[in-house]
Write a protein that binds this ligand. Structure first.
Ligand code: PMM
Length: 275
């Protein structure tokens, strides 16, 4: 899943593709680089971000979705709002990627169910202005146990709204109400989420826990645009764990590392043993 943020303020690429034209051109490049799915979003979820009004979010994403659908892309809309989800599906999107898993605007679930679309429910505890205060997970189950439990509740809400279970994808929500330490614990405990029986999507690309991992000795985080190699290493590990998808900014590099992984996987499947 390639990221097309049509926002002035996303932490990872804020402002670079904020106009319709630059966003479409960026999406087309990601498509040419081998993205299976393009995720178009008009609201930044960086910690402390202020939300755009609905009309602004619509004006950002709908023309970009139409343009990318016309270019042959399979498109998802990254939104927490029912009105935006409905307009995006009308414009040709086929997936709704809701970082709130239906908590911010429960009517999203009805829109997705009515359209028969695919739904990505991410683990979320609150809007960006207050999510870092919510990064508290009780022992003994810790972050993986709590995220599993809270995602199970979102699965129940989505299916009771009429979304078919086979149209549901789950996402641990790295960086959303989670400290760097909790993100790593969650990645290590991914099998616990897989036990919910739904495909998993993981968004780690360029996030601050990678910046913190690669910080200088005096603690300066690695700049956003220099986190890609570590992200690719994580993609290989996630592929090995059997995730359904990765949400990334650098589609070309991701395709490269997956080509290596897939080739070796195929060889091992044929009985070859890597030296
Ligand atoms: N992360 C961001 C935005 N949308 N959607 C899903 N499903 N999973 C994520 O981890 C996720 C998301 C924030 O990152 P960005 O600013 O780079 O888009």
């Amino acid at each position: 899943m390639g990221v097309v943020n049509v926002t002035p303020d996303s932490f990872s690429d804020g402002g670079r593709y904020a106009s319709t034209e630059t966003a479409i051109a960026h999406g087309r490049r990601l498509l040419a680089d081998g993205a299976d799915l393009l995720d178009v979003g008009g609201e930044s979820t960086r910690p402390g971000a202020t939300r755009p009004v609905v009309a602004e979010e619509l004006a950002r994403v709908i023309p970009v979705i139409s343009g990318l659908v016309a270019a042959g892309a399979v498109v998802s809309v990254d939104t927490m709002r029912a009105e935006v989800a409905a307009a995006a599906l009308d414009a040709g999107a086929v997936v709704v990627n809701d970082v709130s898993g239906g908590l911010a605007d429960p009517a999203v679930l009805d829109v997705v169910a009515g359209a028969g679309a695919t739904y990505v429910a991410m683990h979320w505890r609150g809007h960006s202005d207050r999510m870092q205060q919510q990064a508290v997970y009780a022992e003994p189950d810790g972050v993986a146990g709590a995220v599993r439990q809270e995602l199970a509740e979102r699965v129940a809400a989505a299916t009771s709204a009429g979304i078919a279970p086979e149209r549901l994808v789950l996402d641990p929500g790295l960086g959303f109400a989670k400290t760097a330490q909790q993100n790593w614990e969650l990645i290590a405990g991914l099998d616990e989420l897989a036990s919910l029986g739904r495909p998993l999507l993981v968004g780690a690309s360029r996030k601050s826990f990678i910046g913190a991992l690669l910080a200088t000795p005096d603690g300066a985080p690695r700049p956003v645009e220099e986190r890609e190699v570590a992200g690719h290493a994580l993609t290989v590990l996630l592929a090995q764990r059997g995730v359904w998808g990765v949400r990334v900014h650098d589609v070309r590099g991701t395709r490269d590392v997956l080509a290596v992984w897939q080739r070796m996987h195929q060889e091992q499947g044929r009985g070859g043993s890597p030296r």
